[in-house]
Design a protein around this ligand. Structure first.
Ligand code: DGL
Length: 267
């Protein structure tokens, strides 16, 4: 009950999930690792990403005492969720199933879209997750290489982002969807541009809030929720440049990200 929530992503993207978790569970402690030293995950072989995910998740449990792991990265979920669930002695929450459940509840026409990294889309993880819901929807997916790099540079709006978005989102627009799932945790930072390109008739769905609800439910079911009369302690850790992680991270997440530490931790 006393350990922190352990959360990781390749970089800044998982901060969208961290924001939702902090807001929903303000009493909980949190340790977030951004693997900026090895980002991006989306263009790497899934076997490599699986190795990174295992290393980070085991470190969150062994080095930081995490009581639960949130894989705040779709690519790492697609690559390694089953291994993590089999290996770790703590519950593991992912972003794909909660995102899909929000998507199928949002659509009214049954024509839905998912965008993600090359690794996530080519893994077929979303096709399987949507099929598992049994919802009668028609899915169109598109990989969006380049989106993550814009976010990691802190460039979330502007002509270059718009031009790339218009090109990559064309197949989704042509499919006439009414709901689009942002199947990469970096993409909510580009929501302004993605929303403008898709137009008013398309609802953008982020997995962040739904993942936080799933986290709260799991902790509650297992009797692992903290009493609410405290403010959680949050630690932000990066495998890359920790000064850059603090500067850009603070702009993206908010004032909670005022200190950063290096990963791996000194042993
Ligand atoms: N944020 C990660 C995801 O949700 C991927 C970013 C990357 O390519 O490193 O898939």
């Amino acid at each position: 009950m006393d350990g922190p929530i352990g959360m990781f992503d390749s970089g800044f993207g998982g901060l969208t999930v961290a924001r939702a978790a902090i807001d929903l569970l303000p009493a909980e402690d949190l340790v977030y690792i951004g693997d900026t030293g090895r980002y991006p995950y989306g263009s790497k072989p899934l076997g490599d990403v699986r190795g990174f995910a295992r290393e980070l998740a085991h470190s969150l449990v062994d080095d930081y005492g995490a009581k639960v792991i949130v894989v705040a990265c779709n690519t790492a979920t697609a690559a390694g969720l089953d291994d993590l669930r089999a290996e770790l002695g703590v519950p593991v929450i992912d972003v794909i199933r909660p995102g899909v459940s929000a998507l199928v509840q949002t659509t009214t026409t049954g024509r839905v879209g998912v965008i993600g990294t090359v690794g996530t889309v080519s893994s077929g993880a979303y096709v399987h997750a949507i099929a598992a819901t049994g919802a009668p929807v028609i899915l169109t997916s598109a990989a969006c290489p380049g989106f993550v790099e814009f976010v990691e540079r802190g460039q979330t709006v502007g002509d270059e982002v718009t031009v790339l978005a218009e090109r990559l989102l064309a197949p989704i627009r042509d499919a006439d969807v009414d709901a689009l799932l942002l199947g990469c945790t970096h993409y909510p930072f580009l929501a302004r541009t993605i929303g403008d390109v898709m137009g008013n008739g398309v609802t953008l769905v982020s997995s962040a809030d739904e993942t936080a609800f799933s986290l709260k439910q799991t902790l509650g079911d297992l009797g692992l929720l903290r009493a609410v009369d405290r403010r959680g302690h949050r630690r932000f850790v990066s495998s890359g440049d920790i000064d850059l992680f603090r500067e850009l991270g603070c702009q993206l997440l908010g004032p909670e990200l005022d200190r950063t530490e290096s990963w791996p931790p000194p042993r």
